[in-house]
Write a protein that binds this ligand. Sequence first.
Ligand SMILES: [Zn+2]
Length: 467
Amino acid sequence: MAPRISVVVLYLCLFVGISSESDEYDATIKTMEEFSGYQIHEPVLQDSSSSPLSVNTENLQKQIDELSTFSDAPAPSVTRILYSEKDVLARGYIKNLMSLSGLSIREDAVGNIFGRWVGSEPELAPVSTGSHVDAIPYSGKYDGVVGVLGAIEAINVLRRSGFKPKRSLEVIMFTSEEPTRFGISCLGSRLLAGSKELAELLKRTVDGQNISFSDAAKFAGYTKNEDLSSVFLEKGSYSAFIELHIEQGPILEEEAISIGVVTAIAAPASIKVDFEGNGGHAGAALMPQRNDAGLAAAELALAVEKHVLESGSIDTVGTVGILELHPGAINSIPSKAHLEIDTRDIDEKRRNLVIEKIHQSALSISKSRRVKLSEFKIVNQDPPALSEESIIKATESACQELNMSYKKMISRAYHDSLFMARISPMAMIFIPCYKGYSHKPEEFAAPHDIANGVRVLALTLAKLSVS
Ligand SMILES: [Zn+2]
């Protein structure tokens, strides 16, 4: 590390040491004195609003509230669907904030938005951060939004502190993390990560109104007949990617911990299964003659639970979220049954073993119950991702320097980070949210929790930028 850069880091640590509201104030100053070799005269405890790493909490909350008004559902619900009029307005809002923060803006063919603060060594791979602002119908105003508006505020925090990045810092707003319109989740980040299959698939993808992906994108001002491979980024385009997000689970709030340092993101696989039997009259057909597709589905649902529990890890989960019977009448034996199964793990091998066992059970159930297994389709099978140790370390030391409690944890929901991990070292920062609520209007994160997340993000970005 060049001496000039060390000083930058040092000053940053120094500021943090002085400004943190800590019971161990003297110890921090002493450590800083030892570390810096300078004596810190007349240390003054400042409140966080005047500290060099201070977040403009009020303004950030105002932005979160304003962004939530670009919605197709009445407040407090938020509905913001990809390439809708409200989505276009939200995009304009984000780009405006990016330019007010002095970032140079680029948009790709599907509307991933990039705002870059050019560092002193622009030829080095930048450090990036970001999330999404699309919202599923009748959801809340924090999911994703905290990681976009919070990232822009983290840039402002660093600018106000006088920090100068060595590697460029980039804020990314990803297109369509939610699958609402075209049934494809993390559309923007999957493409960034170079998914050729998705680029092909999007050529013939339509929404529920039969509007093609490219027409919808054109409405929003994107894909002017461009080849979607223009969106792909090379592996190594970023030296690090880190996403700030609400936890969407109850752990941090329950344990009163400020920050979650995500060590791995579990990845889902989804499976569609269809059984077919002969059906028949619920009174006339005697039990020995039946081949009930509904009972085959019920037996498979229990088998899913059994195989998941057999993995022996708390991180393996499985859910039968859809179970439909045909014809669906009280006096008719089900002739068809349709199941959709979601199974997740942070260990790909273990998850894939569960899928294999579910398949074996489906085959043996169809045999023993004399029903036809007309479909067993693995719809998607994304690999899980591990966070990069060096980014985890940088985040942990940012928490320590800011005197914030933290714990390492797993993300059981998946995020754009899962796909960014394919092209960049990755990690995530979680903040507490009310009762773990998400994807509903009651979703809430307290302003001071958001500010904590932004400060940790800012300091982590700073550390990664000079490394
Ligand atoms: Zn999200």
